[in-house]
Ligand binder design. Structure first.
Ligand SMILES: *Cc1c(COP(=O)(O)O)cnc(C)c1O
Length: 412
């Protein structure tokens, strides 16, 4: 059911132009010294190792002193290919330094563990990625950290009223998981910083089209598993910091926790980043086409895509983002049951049923309700999430058309 009129021609540049901003960096960065005229391979060699050997004890001590500067005296501090990836992610995010960790979830939990302690207070958006919520509710609670959930569309007054003297971290994820609310990051940064708290952002959806440090974020989190990996074949995460003081604490905590990325996963993520811009340019346009088609369908109540006016925080997206990625939500009319939606999902041919997103292939996942605490349950009709891959958009639309006919048949 369409609301305010929008056209593909108007929105396509807004969702896709920003992806070329980092084209040169993605091709040239993270390849060691200046890409070569000296007989080296194009790519950084994949080196595996635990022990690093030194010619003398003095040389070993020198390297140890540089541990914060990415040097390694032991494999657990990261391999050369991990450090190349860290440099490239830091440049894409626009931050001072990046720490690679074993997964996107570890990229959420490691900074929270690094900067929170017993008696501290944490603000989490009610739309946060489910496993981050579970970590706050169980492990952080056990260590004496209190968490308050805020509505992802809360205004400045509401946010300020939730901040306490012991609030140390305001966490945000924009747009929100499954419901895609775009948050006002500069406002959150202002409120957090005035209270002496840090602002951490899960920027997985917005990689390279949302520049976290230009908007006041202190620590930016990436599930590299998604678009940077890009091929559904690795699990890896990154946390990037704004300055040196944050870096020392994060780096030290990551080493204490034994966090790193395996060399093969780092190498594959570097390979994925080479094509991320062009993949996303195509996927963002395809996702927009599919979203606009769904928006016109009578079975559909709302499409939660930040580029559409129906999406909460759409104007913030226009103000702060230079593009969109290819993951969005769909709410069916409340006339349809969850079981009819499930029959529709089961009937799809091109959309794999599976967790995660960011690969070259399309996926579908129901958006399970009942996880919000501060919001009335939105969406109110049955809802699902689509990740649009590199298939031809017309083929995906035909498949969805077939799926919607199953929905109507089951409901009748
Ligand atoms: C997938 C995801 C994560 C976790 O990433 P993994 O590598 O799967 O652990 C964290 N945040 C968001 C927003 C995600 O979509």
């Amino acid at each position: 059911m369409s609301g305010q009129a929008v056209s593909y021609e108007e929105l396509a540049p807004l969702v896709s132009n920003g992806w070329s901003r980092f084209a040169t960096l993605l091709a040239q960065g993270g390849r060691g010294a200046a890409p070569g005229r000296d007989g080296r391979y194009v790519n950084v060699p994949l080196a595996r190792g635990s022990t690093v050997l030194f010619p003398t004890l003095e040389a070993m001590r020198d390297n140890g002193r540089g541990a914060y500067d990415h040097q390694s005296i032991y494999g657990a501090m990261g391999s050369p290919v991990q450090h190349e990836l860290e440099g490239l992610v830091a440049a894409v995010e626009g931050g001072a330094h990046t720490q690679i960790v074993s997964s996107g979830l570890a990229a959420c939990t490691t900074p929270l563990l690094a900067f929170l302690g017993a008696g501290d207070h944490l603000l989490l958006p009610d739309s946060v990625y489910g496993p981050t919520r579970r970590f706050a509710d169980t492990m952080l609670a056990r260590f004496g950290v209190n968490t308050t959930y805020y509505p992802p569309c809360a205004d400045e007054t509401a946010i300020r009223s939730l901040i306490r003297p012991e609030t140390k971290v305001v966490f945000t994820e924009s747009p929100g998981s499954h419901t895609f609310e775009v948050q006002d990051i500069p406002m959150l940064a202002r409120a957090a910083h005035e209270a002496g708290a840090l602002l951490m952002l899960d920027n997985t959806w917005g990689i390279s089209v949302f520049q976290p440090f230009e908007h006041g974020v202190d620590i930016s989190i990436q599930a590299l598993t998604k678009y940077p990996g890009g091929h559904s074949d690795i699990i890896l995460g990154a946390a990037t910091v704004a300055d040196e003081a944050l870096w020392r604490r994060l780096r030290d905590s990551a080493i204490q926790l034994g966090q790193l990325g395996g060399p093969e996963d780092c190498w594959l993520t570097l390979r994925g980043l080479r094509t991320m811009g062009v993949r996303l340019q195509a996927q963002a346009c395809a996702a927009l086409r599919v979203a606009l088609w769904l928006r016109e369908r009578p079975e559909v109540a709302r499409v939660f895509h930040p580029a559409l006016p129906d999406c909460p925080g759409h104007m913030l997206w226009r103000r702060d983002f230079s593009g969109a990625s290819a993951l969005f939500g769909v709410e069916l009319s409340a006339d349809f049951s969850v079981s009819a939606m499930e029959a529709m999902i089961d009937s799809l041919d091109m959309f794999g049923i599976g967790a995660s997103w960011g690969g070259y292939e399309s996926l579908v996942l129901p958006s399970t309700g009942g996880i919000r605490r501060t919001l009335p349950q939105t969406p109110s009709g049955p809802a699902f999430r689509l990740q649009i891959g590199l298939e031809a958009p017309d083929d995906l639309i035909s498949d969805l058309e077939q799926g919607l006919s199953v929905l109507r048949t089951v409901a009748a």
